[in-house]
Design a protein around this ligand. Structure first.
Ligand code: C5P
Length: 245
């Protein structure tokens, strides 16, 4: 593990000071948490898989013009990223009803939504990351009006691209969560919005097209077992690793 100064420690990741100004090192832990950290476990190898899967997604998204914080992977568990000011919103895109959408609105899990749905949650563990509206976001200044529009269009572009990428390997992208940050380049006062954090089976719902088998963190949330095996299967199908396990 890096001996650098810890800038932030989250549930599944640690951010260290980077080697150059404006950079950070993102370290992927094996810790898994769910239900706002009420449920915890250590899943051997999860961090290694998420580092690789997130690298893959960020690189592919970068290649189709989505600006991201990813610079390069450093080793099994660490990647170099651009330091951003995180926008305090979790941007969730849903294609199929599941999770809190099903629970909150009584929509049956698995129902295909008429169109992709974008939701915003205020990032606040103490409040349990509540669902918020555009009015809240504007009133409390969490994102400006232009930023709000950008977040929606970026999230939908990510959804289009990732839906295709997963469909090509027999996986349905049910829903996922993104985080974005403001990046101040050089002396510029106008920040650019970059896709930040991670994209991995911790932050997506992924179902096998044929069997409906869950290949994501719901295996942990629902005590289904085989969590890292499922993440490895995702990595294997995407061609990131050769063998499962
Ligand atoms: O729980 P919910 O149905 O709202 O989650 C929607 C999507 O966002 C899921 O893919 C879930 O894994 C992800 N999510 C996340 N981090 C959170 C909340 C949700 O990655 N704090």
């Amino acid at each position: 593990m890096s001996k650098k100064r810890v800038v932030y420690e989250g549930k599944a990741k640690i951010l260290y000071e980077g080697p150059e100004p404006g950079t950070l090192i993102q370290y992927f832990k094996d810790d898994a948490t769910a239900f706002n950290a009420q449920k915890k476990a250590v899943l051997d190898g999860k961090g290694v898989l998420n580092n690789r899967i997130s690298e893959f997604m960020m690189t592919r998204l970068g290649a189709v013009g989505i600006p991201t914080h990813f610079i390069r992977r450093l080793n099994m568990r660490e990647q170099l990223i651009k330091k951003v000011e995180i926008i305090p919103l979790e941007v969730v895109v849903r294609n199929i009803a599941a999770g809190t959408l099903s629970k909150r609105l009584g929509i049956e899990e698995g129902q295909v939504l008429p169109r992709p749905m974008v939701e915003f949650y205020f990032k606040d563990d103490a409040l349990g990351d509540p669902l918020v509206t555009e009015e809240h976001i504007a009133a409390f200044g969490w994102a400006g009006p232009q930023e709000y529009d950008d977040l929606i269009s970026l999230a939908l572009r990510v959804n289009d691209f990732m839906s295709g990428l997963f469909a090509a390997v027999g996986i349905r992208l049910v829903d996922f969560k993104l985080e974005f940050g403001r990046y101040f380049e050089g002396d510029s006062e106008m920040p650019r919005i970059l896709l930040a954090d991670e994209i991995s089976p911790d932050s997506c719902r992924l179902w096998d097209f044929d069997t409906g088998e869950k290949l994501d963190k719901d295996r942990f949330r629902r005590d289904l077992g085989g969590v890292t095996e499922a993440y490895a299967e995702v990595a294997r199908r995407l061609g990131i690793i050769k063998e499962s396990g």
